[in-house]
Design a protein around this ligand. Structure first.
Ligand code: 5GP
Length: 126
């Protein structure tokens, strides 16, 4: 079954390959639930991606099908990453692009953490 029109999980997506160690990343955090690494094309002084270890293609997929342990473990890890990066004070932005209208490019669920400068009220239209 697909979720919100997205295709089934594609094992060849770039983040799946990073998780398998086939492609390098600038890792900032890893535990049993999540991997976090610097975005290859940062859009803020700090731009880190946090991805779950499980095979979920989007926020819709993860929120619908992730186990309680996966969801709790993942979101706690994301908060820990932001804390460890020193972003809690003065603050940061968390963003998940979902599907076509959300502008999602990589079909493995991920959170963007943006920080290091004042980001304004919302992300500018692209
Ligand atoms: P999306 O648009 O799917 O929410 O965001 C995908 C993000 O992944 C983009 O910000 C893009 O720069 C980043 N990205 C794409 N390929 C790679 C890669 O190979 N390594 C890293 N670290 N980031 C990537």
């Amino acid at each position: 079954m697909t979720v919100s029109g997205l295709p089934p999980y594609d094992d060849t997506n770039i983040f799946a390959r990073i998780l398998r160690g086939e492609i390098p990343c600038r890792k900032v955090f890893e535990n049993e639930w999540a991997l976090a690494f610097h975005d290859i094309a940062p859009q803020a002084p700090i731009h880190v991606l946090v991805i779950p270890k499980g095979k979920y293609c989007s926020f819709a997929d993860f929120s619908a099908k992730g186990s309680e342990a996966e969801i709790a473990g993942f979101f706690r890890a994301a908060g820990e990453v932001a804390r460890d990066l020193g972003l809690e004070d003065p603050g940061y932005r968390v963003l998940a692009n979902m599907g076509d209208h959300g502008g999602q490019e990589v079909p493995h669920f991920h959170l963007h953490l943006f920080g290091g400068r004042s980001l304004g009220r919302m992300v500018p239209a692209g």
